[in-house]
Write a new protein. Structure first.
Length: 313
């Protein structure tokens, strides 16, 4: 089934070039089915690029998914106000609704204390709201660390060097439904300074560390019920995203390390090989199936009343 997005969203034309069919809202209205309702709180500066990346991964599912783009009240300087006004809704305008799923993206804020972030008070409101109005919430990169801090009091630490590149991961909980179909090892991009010590995560009884590695620490986690899913990397990244970040940091005078396992022969002049796309598709498809579709009530008004059981049952 296709993904339904607002009419004229730039992601439609971008993904058509990849033979990914994205259904405009006016066409989806003619289908008599109950689509999954997924909200995306997009905190990334380049919102249009992130829209394309997330819609691409959500498209690999037999479910019809209606996407609603959400913003907080803080001022956004990196995306035109016309785009935001056309395609986004403020959180305060949708907080009385229920959703099958919610995705909260990362943000380039890993070096800041949470309490120093201008929109931290409203983001905390979103995190509380999600537990009552959403069947399962997927937190990406910085948002994963922020949610772990808010819900469990475990604050991320700052690494001496940025974790940047394509890293190999292992399955630590192979029976977790969200891991079904995964090979014993798989690759995913990381781009972060923050890190939550694995030993602290393992002490929290409500958290399950599902996959990771010695090099990156925990990559994929969830709570016991599967209503909160945390990903510390960026499975949604495009082929050139790490390259663009590397060039940006070079031009800013930061002298970044070359992203590991990314360029052929470690040569930034060569086009990177994309070795993580299949994993990204499978991860998002599994989340939609096992954490959202199989647990959400048909009537969304009953989300807060829905019985949430151990996802391994």
């Amino acid at each position: 089934m296709p993904i339904r997005v607002p009419d004229k969203l730039p992601a439609i034309d971008a993904l058509k070039q990849e033979n990914i069919y994205v259904m405009p809202a006016h066409r989806a209205d003619t289908q008599d089915i109950r689509p999954m309702q997924v909200a995306v709180l997009n905190l990334m500066p380049d919102k249009i690029t992130t829209e394309v990346q997330l819609v691409r991964l959500l498209s690999n599912s037999p479910l019809q998914v209606d996407i609603e783009l959400v913003r907080l009240d803080h001022q956004v300087k990196t995306t035109s106000e016309a785009h935001l006004n056309t395609f986004y809704r403020y959180f305060n305008d949708i907080k009385d609704k229920n959703y099958d799923g919610l995705i909260i993206t990362g943000a380039p804020l890993g070096l800041k204390d949470y309490e120093d972030i201008t929109y931290w008070p409203q983001l905390k409101e979103v995190l509380d709201w999600a537990d009552q109005h959403v069947t399962s919430t997927l937190y990406l990169c910085w948002a994963a660390h922020a949610a772990i801090y808010y819900h469990y009091g475990i604050r991320h630490q700052i690494r001496d060097t940025k974790l940047s590149g394509i890293y190999q991961h292992q399955k630590w909980e192979s029976k977790a439904p969200i891991m079904r179909g995964f090979d014993d090892v798989f690759f995913a991009p990381h781009s972060r300074y923050g890190e939550v010590p694995l030993e602290l995560l393992n002490k929290e009884s409500d958290l399950i560390t599902i996959s990771g590695s010695d090099e990156v620490g925990a990559y994929l986690m969830q709570n016991q019920s599967g209503t909160r899913v945390f990903i510390t990397g960026h499975p949604e990244y495009d082929r050139a995203t790490l390259h663009d970040e590397y060039v940006r940091d070079l031009e800013s005078g930061l002298a970044p390390d070359i992203p590991v396992n990314y360029y052929p022969n470690n040569d930034p002049k060569k086009e990177p090989l994309k070795s993580w796309q299949a994993h990204g598709y499978l991860l998002f498809s599994n989340w939609l199936n096992y954490n959202v579709y199989q647990k959400t009530p048909y009537n969304l008004s009953q989300v807060s009343e829905n019985v949430r059981t151990d996802n391994f049952a």
